[in-house]
Design a protein around this ligand. Structure first.
Ligand code: AHR
Length: 328
């Protein structure tokens, strides 16, 4: 009897440890009641760095509930080591499927191989990994970030088509090493690179946060004279930069033209107010498609290797029209 009791205590402690190892912010579990073929998904989220991320987390959580999928959710607080710990914890807990949005592109092969060896399918959502071995995951659902960067560049080229003067651009990059930072930079550079009048005079990471966006823009304003354009890899950094620009006595959207990516409510409001000039949409509403893909991969059905999110762009006029109906 005593032996059985201590075995039970050990099991309970083990379960607690597994949960607390699930990532920097801990793992939370949302049960659905389940049934014979109920699915449990382990989901490792990047963090809560932006309005986009908050909307994405809500979309995943709501969609799991609607699909009857039990979600074990872990917030990595923008740290790769937390995501690796969370994925290992999901493997230990024998979840049916793992989905994650990798904070950076590199360094995933070992842990993804562990999931593969445990026969747990992995779905990449929002961000990609740069693993050569594509058998380590079943599919990648998310935006085409290179295309987003190109759309930002195309607007700029059009905006300055009649000008012969140099156009000085400062760039607020997303998290260093992340797929959206790498790809949005590359797509933008490719398009503006065709005309030598466009010059990126300063480029630094703002880690996708409002606070960092403000801080880095303040430094740009001090060190770099004659800034014509700000290209921010997300709305939040752009919104932080607007505070810095106003603090320096300049008018955002006029003295400095601003292009951002995401189209979250606060960004769209600033666009409608004339403080941002153009936004490239990046949709965070990936939850419903993610749950459909999860059901298919758990059943062993074939899914496309890549599912690209449909997105658009917004001018100031378009923002005024759609603002009231934005979901996030
Ligand atoms: O991976 C998507 C990017 O991550 C969003 O554009 C940004 O706001 C977020 O933090």
């Amino acid at each position: 009897m005593a032996k059985r009791f201590s075995a039970l205590v050990a099991l309970a402690v083990g379960a607690l440890l597994t949960t607390s190892c699930g990532g920097g912010g801990g793992t939370t579990s949302a049960g659905t009641g389940g049934g014979g073929d109920a699915i449990t998904m382990g989901f490792s989220q990047v963090g809560a760095e932006s309005g986009w991320r908050t909307a994405n987390t809500k979309s995943v959580q709501d969609s799991a509930k609607n699909a009857g999928i039990t979600l074990k959710f872990s917030d990595a607080q923008q740290k790769q080591e937390n995501q690796i710990k969370a994925i290992r914890s999901f493997i230990q807990q024998k979840v049916d499927v793992i989905a994650f949005s990798p904070v950076v592109e590199s360094g995933w092969d070992t842990v993804l191989m562990e999931a593969k060896n445990a026969k747990i399918p992995v779905i990449l959502t929002d961000r990609a990994v740069d693993s050569k071995d594509t058998s380590l995951y079943k599919t990648f659902l998310g935006s085409d970030f290179v295309e987003e960067g190109k759309k930002a560049g195309q607007w700029l080229v059009q905006e300055y088509k009649d000008s012969k003067d140099p156009v000085n651009i400062v760039e607020l990059q997303g998290t260093t090493g992340s797929a959206p930072a790498n790809d949005r930079k590359a797509g933008f550079a490719e398009v503006i690179g065709a005309d030598p009048k466009f010059k990126i005079v300063a480029s630094q990471t703002g880690d996708f946060t409002r606070a960092k966006g403000k801080e880095v823009m303040e430094a740009f304003l001090k060190s770099t004279p004659d800034i014509d354009v700000l290209y921010a890899h997300n709305d939040d950094m752009g919104l932080g930069a607007i505070e810095a620009i106003e603090g320096a006595g300049k008018v955002p959207g006029k003295d400095i033209k601003i292009i951002t990516v995401d189209a979250v409510k606060d960004g769209m409001q600033a666009l409608a107010d004339g403080k941002i000039n153009f936004i490239v949409e990046c949709s965070p509403l990936l939850g419903p498609q993610l749950m459909d893909l999860a059901k298919k991969v758990v059943k062993g059905e074939q899914v496309p290797a890549r599912v690209v999110t449909e997105e658009t762009t917004f001018t100031q006029e378009q923002a005024k029209q759609v603002l009231s109906s934005r979901q996030y």
